[in-house]
Design a protein around this ligand. Sequence first.
Ligand code: BCO
Length: 565
Amino acid sequence: IRKSYHGFHPAPWYLCCRSLSGAGTLRWNDYDRPKEFNFASDVLDYWTQMEQEGKRGPNPALWWVNNQGDEVKWSFREMTDLSRRAANVFTQTCGLQQGDRLALILPRVPEWWLVVIGCIRAGIIFMPGTTQMKAKDILYRLQVSKAQGIMTTDTLAPEVDSLVSECPALKTKILVSDHSRHGWLDFRSLIKSASPDHTCIKSKTLDPMAIFFTSGTTGFPKMAKHSHGLALRSFLPSCRKCLQLKTSDVLWSISDPGWILAVLGCLFEPWTSGSTLFIHHLPQFDPKVIQETLFKYPITQCLAAPAVYRMILQQIPTSLRFPTLEHCITGGEALLPEEQEEWRRRTGVLLYEVYGQSETGISCGTLRGMKIKPGSMGISIPPFDIQIIDEKGNILPLNTEGNIGIRIKPTKPIGLFMCYEDNPVKTAEVECGDFYNTGDRATMDEEGYIWFLGRNDDIINSSGYRIGPAEVENALAEHPAVAESAVVSSPDPIRKEVVKAFIVLTPEFLSHDQDHLTQELQQHVKSVTAPYKYPRKVEFVPELPKTITGKIKRSELRKKEFGQL
Ligand code: BCO
């Protein structure tokens, strides 16, 4: 890793770089389905070549900073070199092969990019996960995916060691740290000694590339499996219209590396266009740090969940007139029209909304320069054909509420997930006639703009996190105070929705102080599963509403929360 402030002069390159619309001057059209595609060889190595031929400015591919003043700047050539080394580490030292699975639980450290590109080069299926995960979350992921490898930092390594005996498929543990740990391979030293010569696999576009875990209403998260087509999609002309990045752009993508939004916004989108990706390590989210960073660095585009923009607007009373910021994009949850307007008023920059899921990547959006209709998520982005459908897959008339469907017949579009791995039942459940049913409710207007309304099930979207109620209920059930619980969405001015738990107490806890018990239960959930899921609201009730067959009526509780009953 090169940590240096030297040899880098921001002003000249971001003012004078050539503008190219994409790697390889747009070889494919929206509906082409090339047989082979590999992001590392087709895109990253292309920009390395452009750099070598002097056809791209001196701006780095990755520009990483942290709060301690460390800085990493890697050119495309360095990314190519280091990611080839990473591929060799995986195949030669770790014994991983094409088709093997690697659980990747890293914070925003520069190695994350080497690992993902290294995996793509070697055909290893990477499975990103948030560092908020706890031992049980990790155990589930390792077991259900039969992962052969895991890569993480010092913080989670002890958790992994505590469960490794229950994961027979796991054969390699790789640590990203300045220290070594018994039983773990040391990535930072291995990469230094690895060879930079590696022949990238010739991946078929529809070969598997990544697995994202996504929460559902019931049970444990499902494995949404994506092919290399996910990366190809960022390359297609329609998708390029979304951000319209140029080689001179500096895109700051604020998503946690555990989510698909990061794989798109922190990797495929910026590097397809040969742009600079800017990353702030941000171990804790702090709107003030975001404001300062946007003033300090020549960032031209910013991609973050609505909650990030909302929290900046709510918590920073001082100037938001950032010197170089031109374009802002948001996705992951619904954005309110008044938030969009306030962002424009205070920054002078428009905020464009995109929509997608772990299954779909970015599916629709208001493309840069297109008319913004506040409250709408924009239009369908080809090759996706989005329609509003009924429960049987019939297309509904304009301005009629229904499910957001993405056409999969006669041909599944490039970039849509392949299936829920090892789960044909759930895969079949989301097929609805000729469409993939997203489970999100919306309407479409005469101009094709899509207007989000909510979910058709019990999934909670809190500040951009998709949370399955059963995951929180299971965590609560482990506490002796909880006889039973029902977890639903509840309105919130900051996070739009938060997790609320209705809890029936066991007799021994009925006389306990309820405020104290609330805190204890919140801490308990934070300690057994990823803390972003903890119930920010708790209500103790004598009983839960149920159907005659004994099923908890979550929808009744949710409607009460939103004043719909
Ligand atoms: O709010 P609290 O302080 O009570 O609790 C927070 C944390 O303090 C706490 N926590 C975090 N790590 C912990 C911990 N507690 C104990 N041990 C730990 N190791 O847990 C709570 C976590 O909540 P949070 O993550 O929402 O934290 P925060 O700081 O409020 O962050 C705000 C946001 C906006 C940065 C965050 O909510 C966020 O990143 N949201 C966006 C999520 C996102 O990127 N979604 C996109 C998914 S992909 C997609 O939608 C497809 C689109 C194509």
